[in-house]
Design a protein around this ligand. Structure first.
Ligand SMILES: Cc1cc2nc3c(=O)[nH]c(=O)nc-3n(C[C@H](O)[C@H](O)[C@H](O)COP(=O)(O)OP(=O)(O)OC[C@H]3O[C@@H](n4cnc5c(N)ncnc54)[C@H](O)[C@@H]3O)c2cc1C
Length: 357
């Protein structure tokens, strides 16, 4: 028996089966809830259950503590309805309705851009293209229900070609293979696009784009898209890394700022060894943003990178810089939860999303 879910602010309703997540049910019926990792880790899909009961399932305690659960918070990418519900949540901007597809893609180039970063250029089957919004991500399908999320680093204008920026996780099931054995012409299976990390239409608000490490990938896609469209909106790009070598496309970002008056670029190193010739900013990237923008009211902020960096940015920008919660957008690079339970549940939900698409 399906339960009715009502979003309090808009009074939109949809039906959720007991064995599907509230997010999957919403997307299946064209209701655009915001989401990121789909693993119960990043907190992008967080909202409040005002009436009714949910099961929290795989939600991770770091993103949803016991106290949060008691206070009625839920992560809709994991929670399942146990009764009719009234919920409070943000709805993603209209236009996030690109079809989700599963496609093969050929590796056409592997470029070691930093000691632990590989640029992976992929080509889709001849004549095919993937519709997506700059900033979204895809899953690489590894078989047996395992998937790994990677942001698309190119703007959607690049027909039939996709680029990923992959950081090597030592001992990682996928990235160990990518760095050790994979070669050009190998075929990957991918599924997407996913996520609600894309530039919202707000031409008068400066966009502060904050990347940590390979979190530069979706920011690159967003900036390149804005440049290609001749969008004159002020874009302030901050890119944090440990050392100079980790800023693997520094010249590209510097070129954006040189050639486009509306783009400003600030690289920040957290761990520059003594003796390295670096005259730029140092420290944590989100601290550099706070130094430049003690008041973020009137801005939109887009943050992408490690879970710790995204969490610190959210906490400090909201608490100390006056950023309204609804102007904070993030993709947190959480890693996959390869539990059998998570795999079964998420595959089921994804198939339903595809059926709808
Ligand atoms: C929405 C989204 C977008 C992402 N986009 C990117 C991207 O563009 N580029 C990119 O490099 N990564 C990205 N990630 C992170 C990436 O999906 C993970 O790092 C991935 O799990 C690595 O796969 P693996 O099979 O090599 O490692 P796994 O087999 O998944 O992991 C092996 C072990 O390593 C640890 N581990 C895995 N990943 C990490 C990590 N990121 N940090 C610390 N420890 C880890 C875990 O303990 C895990 O048990 C993204 C994640 C999300 C959710």
């Amino acid at each position: 028996m399906a339960y009715q879910v009502t979003i309090q602010d808009s009074q939109r309703t949809f039906l959720a089966e007991p064995d599907e997540t509230i997010l999957a049910a919403a997307l299946r019926q064209g209701v655009k809830l915001p989401y990121g990792c789909r693993e119960g880790a990043c907190g992008t899909c967080r909202g409040r259950v005002l009436l009714g009961q949910v099961e929290h399932c795989e939600a991770q305690l770091t993103a949803l503590s016991e106290a949060d659960r008691q206070a009625g918070w839920a992560l809709f990418c994991c929670a399942r309805a146990c009764s009719n519900l009234s919920i409070e949540c943000r709805e993603a901007a209209a236009g996030n309705d690109t079809p989700i597809r599963t496609l093969p893609a050929r590796i056409v180039r592997l470029t070691r851009a930093a000691p632990d970063v590989m640029l992976v250029d992929l080509k889709l089957p001849s004549g095919d293209r993937l519709e997506f919004r700059a900033g979204q991500y895809i899953d690489i399908l590894l078989g047996e229900g395992r998937r790994r999320a990677f942001s698309l680093a190119n703007s959607p204008q690049t027909d039939g070609c996709l680029q990923l920026h992959v950081r090597h996780v030592v001992g990682g099931r996928f990235t160990d293979r990518l760095f050790g054995q994979m070669k050009e012409r190998d075929i990957l299976r991918l599924r997407g696009p996913f996520g609600s990390f894309f530039l919202r239409d707000a031409p008068d608000k400066p966009a502060v784009l904050v990347a940590g490490g390979t979190g530069f990938a979706p920011i690159k896609a967003i900036v390149e898209q804005a440049i290609a469209e001749g969008n004159a909106r002020a874009l302030h790009v901050y890119w944090g890394a440990r050392q100079r070598v980790d800023l693997y496309l520094l010249e590209l970002a510097e070129r954006w700022a040189r050639q486009h008056a509306n783009v400003r670029f600030v690289p920040v190193l957290s761990d520059s060894p003594k003796g390295e010739c670096w005259r730029g900013r140092t420290g944590l990237v989100h601290a550099a943003v706070m130094a430049d923008w003690p008041q973020l009211g009137g801005c939109q902020v887009y943050v992408c990178g490690s879970p710790a960096m995204v969490a610190a940015s959210r906490r400090d920008f909201l608490a100390h810089c006056g950023l309204p919660e609804e102007e904070f957008f993030a993709d947190s690079f959480d890693f996959a939860a390869d539990t059998l339970e998570a795999i079964g549940a998420s595959d089921d939900a994804e198939e339903r999303v595809e059926d709808h698409a």
